[in-house]
Ligand binder design. Structure first.
Ligand code: BGC
Length: 370
């Protein structure tokens, strides 16, 4: 990648893949930031920085075996420090919106900074995406892992409890997938919703829009929103609406319909309620996206109850990697998560985390090509 210093380069040969560490520069506050590149023997390479525990590049082969970088982002740390789109970042303490920047817990009302109109989005003004995480490389027979930890202090961005968060990214040696394991503990009751905010374009970042990508969402319901993108609380059946992706459908096919939900979102920007036959919280395939041109396919598996399918509606042509513009709908996100604004909706799956309980969730981005 351009603009990277190789000065503190370090390579470690795992059993089956490699991890390379290099400098990603210094923050404006003077903190040294690293970029770790994990690769396997199947042609996949992922680079991740400890600034925001952010996925910077994600290279996977197309049907001809040619790799391309399938995620939006920036060439340098500066882009991530200034950026407002959450490219590739770990989002926390609470992913998506909390209405009015307020919620009650154990009889106390907590007030959060509002950074999205009247609401709090993605953890507030300085979310986990802007924090410096501690990184540790872990190599095993199964592949290469990178552990990122961050301690969010009691009261940070208005949230109660010292929260200890850990995100482990794993690139298996024998499969083209990025596995993300989240764990967290707290010393006071708090609310938590962690996700990864990668923006995918399976044709390669900066390579047109994603309207021809074909999407499948394994969900019979979604959570409709008001014009501030706050859930109304209803779980609505997708049947007969442009939100029904139970059969593979091009993203662009219905996106400009006059449906009120699409108007509010300026496209797709909603939480789908994943269909879990018999309940439970096992790993299931939540979504599948396919790019007919390159043949690349992404499957998203998760233990979470929901997925936010966001069709990049607020991208505005600002430049990313290689000075390429990222216009509206240049990428899509599939943010596995608990539902937006859950702390204010007792009928949604709970996002409460109590002391002495270890939170764990897993999401897998699995790639193939045909
Ligand atoms: C939200 C969008 C928001 C985007 C970038 C998504 O998770 O649902 O409304 O614009 O993140 O912040």
């Amino acid at each position: 990648m351009g603009g990277l210093s190789l000065a503190s380069s370090l390579s470690s040969q795992g059993m089956r893949g490699t991890i390379k560490k290099e400098s990603f520069g210094k923050t404006t506050g003077g903190e040294q930031i690293e970029l770790y590149s994990l690769s396997n023997k199947k042609g996949m390479e992922v680079s991740i920085t400890n600034f925001g525990a952010t996925v910077v590049t994600l290279k996977v082969p197309d049907r001809a075996g040619k790799a391309a970088d399938t995620v939006l982002g920036y060439d340098t740390l500066d882009g991530y420090e200034k950026g407002t789109s959450y490219f590739g970042a770990t989002v926390g303490r609470y992913g998506n919106r909390i209405a009015g920047g307020k919620f009650s817990l154990d009889g106390k009302t907590y007030t959060l900074p509002k950074n999205n109109g009247e609401n709090t989005l993605h953890g507030g003004i300085v979310g986990f995406n802007k924090k410096v995480w501690k990184a540790r490389e872990i190599a095993s027979k199964a592949g290469e892992s990178l552990e990122m930890t961050y301690l969010s202090a009691d009261g940070e961005e208005g949230f109660p409890g010292n929260l200890s968060a850990k995100v482990v990214f794993t690139l298996p040696a024998e499969r083209n997938e990025l596995k993300i394991d989240y764990t967290a503990t707290t010393d006071k009751d708090t609310v938590l919703n962690l996700t990864n905010h990668s923006y995918f374009n399976l044709a390669g970042e900066g390579n047109g829009d994603i309207l021809d990508h074909v999407m499948t969402l394994h969900a019979k319901q979604f959570t409709p929103v008001d014009k501030g993108l706050i859930p109304t609380g209803e779980l609505k059946n997708v049947g007969g609406t442009p939100m029904d992706f139970n059969s593979a459908t091009a993203i662009g096919k219905r996106i400009n319909e006059s449906d009120e939900q699409l108007v509010f979102g300026k496209g797709y920007d909603h939480n789908w309620v994943l269909t879990r036959a018999g309940g439970g919280s096992g790993l299931l395939v939540a979504a599948e996206a396919y790019d007919p041109k390159s043949g690349r396919k992404l499957e998203v598996l998760t233990t979470e109850p929901g997925v936010q399918f966001y069709s990049g509606n607020f991208l505005d042509g600002a430049k990313g990697k290689g000075n390429k513009p990222y216009p509206q709908r240049a990428a899509f996100c599939l943010e596995t998560q608990h539902f937006p604004d859950s702390p204010n909706h007792p009928n949604f799956p709970s996002t409460l985390l109590k002391p002495n309980v270890v939170f764990h969730s897993q999401t897998v981005f699995r790639f193939s090509a045909k």
